[in-house]
Design a protein around this ligand. Structure first.
Ligand SMILES: [Zn+2]
Length: 101
């Protein structure tokens, strides 16, 4: 479920659940080469990190990349992990209800 995956990652970032403890970018690099963060999941806190050697890791049991990794990737400027960044989600319109006084 890619849509659920991405929207969940966006929600983590939007709700302030992502706390980046470290985001180191080497000179000349556009993306961080070392990241350490925590994501407040629905049941517990997850530790997410990015290492140049092993890539993204998360201590949850989900298949990787999990929404926690995607959320940290979004926050640290690596949105490709969570889908195309330029395609914003359409706002949910629940029909125009005009209330007359
Ligand atoms: Zn995870």
């Amino acid at each position: 479920m890619p849509n659920d995956f991405r929207s969940r990652a966006l929600a983590y970032g939007r709700e302030g659940r992502v706390i980046v403890g470290l985001s180191a970018t080497l000179p000349g690099e556009r993306r961080p080469s070392l990241v350490a963060a925590t994501v407040q999941g629905h049941q517990r806190l997850h530790r997410v990190a990015f290492y140049p050697t092993s890539g993204w890791v998360c201590d949850c049991i989900r298949l990787k990349p999990c929404p926690h990794i995607a959320a940290v990737a979004l926050v640290t400027g690596q949105p490709h992990l969570a889908g195309r960044p330029e395609q914003q989600e359409a706002p949910a319109t629940t029909g125009a209800t005009t209330s007359t006084t």
